[in-house]
Design a binder for this molecule. Structure first.
Ligand code: FEO
Ligand code: CA
Ligand code: CA
Length: 662
């Protein structure tokens, strides 16, 4: 998301404050500090020389990627690029259709009430598609690429775009009034996820409103905690003395679909929903500080005690988890799988390793936080779906340390090993998981520039890490894996696990791409020379690997001000002479972020999620002032005077059919 929560943090176009301030004050040195010490002993490191000295020590792997960036030709993608820019609507490459499939408020069930933004209710919203679609997954039915379940996360809400009469403009800035209980209830029903049957008929995707698996999950859906934290004292509340029953899910960003066809929802910026103060001297104070709790981003605590720390001090420990949903049973209770750790989870994409164990890659999206992976103890059984249903309750969680010479270690977060002992406040594995970030601090994990999607590629055996940006990284905090100070445009790391084994505990890495405008030398971007003025991007966030093993990157934070272009979906070559060539395939309307990218198994459809369209308009000449319900920078996708802007999932197909970008 551009901002973790929008209600009290106007103006809305604060690129630099995206996704938190950074809460990692651990003392484990960054690689820059280690290198810095070495050089200062030799008396080399002085003032601005520091950065070039560090750059000179970047390992051969990283230098190799620079060579790769200079090479060109032989792109794996065939399409005519979209022109980058900013306007009120979306654009897709010539020869493709981009059809609106599901908008905020659309019917999910045969009996869903018709959307009326002026009279929205929680009861209606619970039967309609939610707000701010983020992750999009597709679970084929009957093995088909033309019929299946679409699973979509609804990350957060933008009340100033959703509700009439909420905003006043004071000194040219949005002042948002307090939400009523009814509005908060709408917000809670607009969060969570949607599971909906879809089918392609005559080349066009349609929702099946009476699909028997159709379901809405919200901030009020009952869930169960499973794994090592279930039943622990630190997750017990007045309403749940068992410490196992949680009401709802918050801030579902990206996610995943498991090899056995369950839907994974990742809880990201959960801190924003909590208000109030912990009782003096409360044992969770340091834990909550590390996660930025409370952040007072929403008005929910005004109406629901569980979001007020003074009343329910343990409630925040029940959020920040990875959730697994059995989509085949619409009455199933979603499971918060605590073995995968607690942090601001961007997503959880998985792959079966050669030994049959299932590996989940996890990014903790905050400045200076970490990349993780989880390896199941058990192995995947492709012939017995039921046998896989609790694989996520037992396994090993690892955190990444990227070393300067281009090697890396996955460090196990296992109670009793290394510093993860009672002496350091970890009495059990439950403590290690509740305080995953502190465990990573003690293990010396590498502080990254906002890790978002981490995507395994089953075709070439590599893993791709999207790092959005980090304006707060100082020159003396630069390291080989985070090579730019004040990293405004982010970068992408490519990991090759040792032996090509996704479950390995060590690997090699290189910087695939440093993002930003390559025509400005100071930016230090490393797109290939084949990349056009439309093809470069900043702020990589979500990504997809298509069936051909090609990388597609979607972005969060491009804008008129930052890059002179909206967010979008870019095709990025990773192999051969064309490596680091990027082309723009689709772009979003003003103010939106590009989420979701997902290809059907036949590569004939790309689903993308247009999130928070119309959120912002100050920097765009076409509007030039704040955007809110009564004065929107765009009314995408309906463009009707009585309809506000609506986040929506878009289905992209080739006109006349066929595989995309072939
Ligand atoms: Fe919800 Fe990290 O984007
Ligand atoms: Ca984001
Ligand atoms: Ca994201």
């Amino acid at each position: 998301m551009t901002k973790p929560y929008s209600q009290k943090n106007f103006p809305t176009t604060q690129l630099e404050d995206a996704d938190g301030e950074g809460h990692n004050s651990s003392l484990n040195p960054t690689m820059g500090e280690i290198i810095g010490k070495r050089f200062s002993r030799r008396g080399f490191l002085q003032g601005s020389l520091a950065v070039s000295a560090i750059a000179a020590t970047v390992g051969p792997a990283a230098l190799m990627s620079a060579d790769k960036a200079r090479a060109a030709g032989g792109s794996a993608f065939s399409f005519t690029e979209v022109e980058a820019g900013v306007d009120a609507t979306h654009h897709v490459a010539e020869g493709y259709d981009a059809d609106i499939l599901l908008r905020w408020g659309d019917a999910i069930f045969a009996d869903s009430p018709q959307f009326d933004p002026t009279k929205q209710t929680a009861a209606a919203q619970e039967r309609q598609f939610g707000y701010n679609n983020d992750y999009v997954g597709f679970i084929p039915l009957g093995g088909s690429s033309e019929h299946g379940l679409l699973v979509v996360n609804h990350e957060y809400t933008n009340p100033h775009l959703m509700f009439p009469g909420l905003v006043e403009i004071v000194d040219g800035k949005i002042q948002q009034g307090k939400l009523s209980k009814d509005q908060v209830d709408v917000e809670m029903a607009a969060h969570g996820g949607t599971i909906v049957e879809i089918r392609k008929v005559d080349g066009k995707w349609q929702v099946v409103p009476d699909g028997k698996h159709n379901r809405r999950i919200t901030a009020n859906t009952e869930m169960v905690l499973t794994g090592p934290v279930a039943g622990h004292d630190r997750v017990k509340t007045a309403a749940d003395v068992s410490g196992t029953k949680v009401i709802g899910t918050l801030n579902n960003c990206a996610g995943g679909v498991t090899p056995w066809g369950t839907y994974i929802m990742a809880e990201e910026n959960f801190h924003g929903y909590f208000s109030g103060e912990l009782p003096a001297g409360h044992a969770e104070a340091a834990n909550y500080k590390r996660y930025g709790v409370p952040d007072n981003g929403y008005d929910w605590a005004d109406y629901y005690d569980r979001f007020d720390l003074s009343k329910e001090p343990n409630e925040p420990n029940r959020f920040g988890w990875i959730i697994e949903v059995d989509v085949m049973d619409p009455t199933s209770t979603p499971k918060k799988r605590t073995a995968l750790g607690r942090n601001k989870h961007e997503g959880a994409e998985s792959i079966v390793a050669a030994n049959g164990k299932v590996v989940f890659y996890l990014g903790d999206d905050e400045r200076f936080d970490y990349v993780y992976k989880f390896v199941t103890d058990g192995t995947f059984n492709p012939d017995d779906r039921a046998a896989n249903m609790d694989l996520l309750d037992a396994g090993t969680l690892y955190v990444a340390r990227f070393d300067e010479e281009g090697t890396m270690q996955w460090l196990p977060l296992v109670h009793g090993e290394g510093p993860l002992t009672a002496e350091n406040g970890f009495a059990s594995q439950a403590d290690v998981l509740i305080e995953t970030r502190r465990a990573g601090d003690l293990l010396g994990a590498t502080k990254m520039d906002r890790p978002e999607d981490v995507q395994p590629n089953g075709v070439n055996g590599k893993v791709y890490v999207m790092l959005t940006n980090n304006s707060k990284r100082k020159a003396d905090q630069v390291d080989a894996a985070n090579p730019r100070a004040a990293n405004a445009f982010g970068h992408i790391i490519e990991i090759a696990e040792d032996g090509g084994d996704f479950s390995a505990t060590s690997g090699k890495w290189e910087v695939l791409l440093k993002c930003g405008d390559p025509s400005i030398a100071e930016v230090g971007a490393t797109f290939s020379t084949e990349t056009t003025k439309n093809g470069w991007f900043g702020m990589p966030d979500n990504c997809a690997i298509d069936a051909a093993g090609r990388l597609w990157v979607s972005t969060d934070g491009n804008s008129n001000k930052a890059t002179g272009r909206t967010d979008g979906l870019w095709a990025v070559d990773t192999e051969g002479d064309a490596g680091a060539t990027s082309k723009l395939f689709f772009r979003v309307p003003v103010g939106a972020e590009m989420c979701g990218p997902l290809f059907t198994p036949d590569d004939e459809t790309a689903f993308v999620a247009v999130q928070h369209p119309g959120d912002g308009g100050e920097d765009w000449d076409g509007h030039g002032r704040p955007s809110y319900y009564e004065d929107l920078s765009t009314r995408w996708p309906d463009f009707k005077d009585d309809m506000p802007v609506r986040p929506a999932v878009v289905a992209i197909t080739k006109i006349g059919g066929g595989k995309i970008a072939v």
